[in-house]
Design a protein around this ligand. Structure first.
Ligand SMILES: Nc1ncnc2c1ncn2[C@@H]1O[C@H](COP(=O)(O)OP(=O)(O)OP(=O)(O)O)[C@@H](O)[C@H]1O
Ligand SMILES: [Mg+2]
Length: 430
């Protein structure tokens, strides 16, 4: 069913008019009453629409991987994987066609990783790269930020989260943007189904409704990647935080003990042992959500589209961050990043001005600009139109040349960031 048909179906049902309280602005109904009624009306009707558009039993499922793809993910040769399958040794692929073609789910790949890692021989980490807390490998919390809207934060954060899950890490993506774009890319549209207090805001709120972070974490269609989704209610954090701070400063009993800057980190700490990497997608503004993300982060990626006006905006952003973070530090906040890198996004190598700006950034920041840029590609934007990532869509659904070029760039960027994470864990195999 198309969106138009779904909407049409609702209006024909005659249900929407029941909650209406008047025709604003001519009606003397107060605006707050009218908007609250409209919100309730839309919310109930969107649930109906969701039911019609998305069959409740149909779930987004990650595609399967060919034998060659699975072998590359695990880090073995295709021949060895075939041999494992033929000998019946260890977990088997979910699908073997009549012609003998094997298709592996990511669960199959992960089961094989565990199997191979358990065979000893000193290659356990090669197959299963999860962090080892006993060796001092701390949870890595990466904030992807920049206050410039559209600089590629969500695209970077979501693809990085999926890449890390594909490599076998346990990943938690936290959507800190009330626009909830990352949540949608990972299969959740809050406006079409999240109940109140089911978003990550539930874990940050300052009132008695607060819930543990674990209760607002959802599994995604990507095995190994969980999501704490956002919704518009997260915007309330920007208002509730100064209200709560004012209470503290006035000497009145604050509703919570922690200051805002330790709040996101405190929530993450409660689930730390379940994950190797946490990816935070920040909103396009320097408010309390972004500041909290920076205070929770062990590493930061600043996305920058190489255009002069974007670099000017980034310069202001950095200067404002510096001012605000120095206040946080004076108030006792801990700010230790294992790395901060600039990532050039939506890069068009044939655009002379862009190459100049990229060269300028590299000249200024040296190795703090990631070597690999993320190229601009129709493969990424087309996938985004249907709220999908490049890892989800697969090669067959796009022009192969376009797909391969985008995937090559994406892999180079993500592998470089994975290398920095491994370096933060002091691993030699980076
Ligand atoms: N490498 C790319 N190639 C082509 N399109 C891209 C690429 N990266 C991002 N886009 C597109 O640019 C738009 C903005 O990207 P994205 O949502 O990642 O930016 P953002 O910084 O998160 O935006 P916001 O500040 O609104 O949260 C999206 O439509 C996305 O599909
Ligand atoms: Mg975004």
């Amino acid at each position: 069913m198309t969106m138009t048909e779904a909407i049409g179906g609702i209006s024909q049902a005659g249900e929407p008019l029941q909650g209406s309280v008047g025709i604003w602005p001519h009606d003397p109904v107060p605006v707050d009453v009218q908007t609250a009624a409209d919100a309730a009306l839309l919310s109930s009707q969107l649930s109906v629409m969701q039911h019609r558009l998305f069959c409740p039993t149909s779930k987004r499922i990650l595609r399967t991987f060919s034998s060659g793809e699975a072998a590359r993910l695990i880090g073995v040769s295709d021949g060895y994987l075939r041999q494992l399958s033929l000998s019946g040794d260890g977990p088997q692929p979910s699908n073997i066609s009549q012609t003998g073609r094997r298709a592996y789910t990511l669960e199959d790949v992960n089961a094989l990783r565990v199997h191979l890692a358990g065979q000893g021989g000193g290659k356990a980490r090669h197959y299963l790269p999860r962090r080892n807390p006993r060796a001092g490998e701390q949870l890595q919390v990466l904030a992807v930020t920049n206050f410039k809207s559209g600089s590629g934060k969500t695209t970077t954060a979501t693809h990085l989260a999926q890449y890390m899950a594909l490599q076998g890490y346990r990943v938690l993506a936290i959507d800190l943007d009330p626009q909830a774009t990352m949540s949608a890319l990972l299969g959740y549209q809050p406006e079409l189904g999240l109940n109140a207090n089911a978003s990550v805001y539930g874990a940050f709120r300052y009132d008695a409704e607060r819930v543990p972070l674990a209760s607002v974490i959802l599994e995604t269609y990507f095995p190994g990647l969980d999501l704490s989704p956002s919704s518009l209610e997260l915007q309330e954090f920007e208002h509730a935080t100064p209200r709560n701070m004012a209470l503290s400063y006035a000497g009145k009993k604050s509703l919570v003990d922690e200051l805002f800057f330790s709040r996101v980190r405190a929530a993450i700490d409660t689930v730390a042992e379940d994950y190797d990497v946490v990816i935070l997608d920040c909103p396009p503004q320097l408010g309390f959500l972004t500041l909290s993300a920076l205070c929770a982060a062990t590493a930061v990626i600043v996305t920058v589209h190489p255009q002069m006006q974007e670099v000017v905006a980034m310069s202001q952003f950095l200067s404002m961050i510096a001012d605000l973070l120095s206040v946080v530090r004076e108030a006792g906040g801990e700010l230790n990043f294992s790395f901060l890198r600039y990532l050039i996004t939506q890069y068009e190598p044939n655009d002379g001005l862009q190459t100049q700006v990229a060269a300028f950034l590299r000249a200024q920041f040296g190795e703090r600009v990631l070597t690999a840029p993320m190229v601009k590609s129709a493969a990424i934007s087309d996938a985004g139109l249907t709220k999908q990532t490049l890892y989800e869509v697969g090669r067959e659904s796009l022009s192969r040349v376009t797909y391969d070029r985008a995937m090559e760039s994406l892999t180079a960027v993500n592998a470089e960031i994975e290398g920095l994470i491994k370096a933060a864990w002091s691993r030699a195999d980076r």
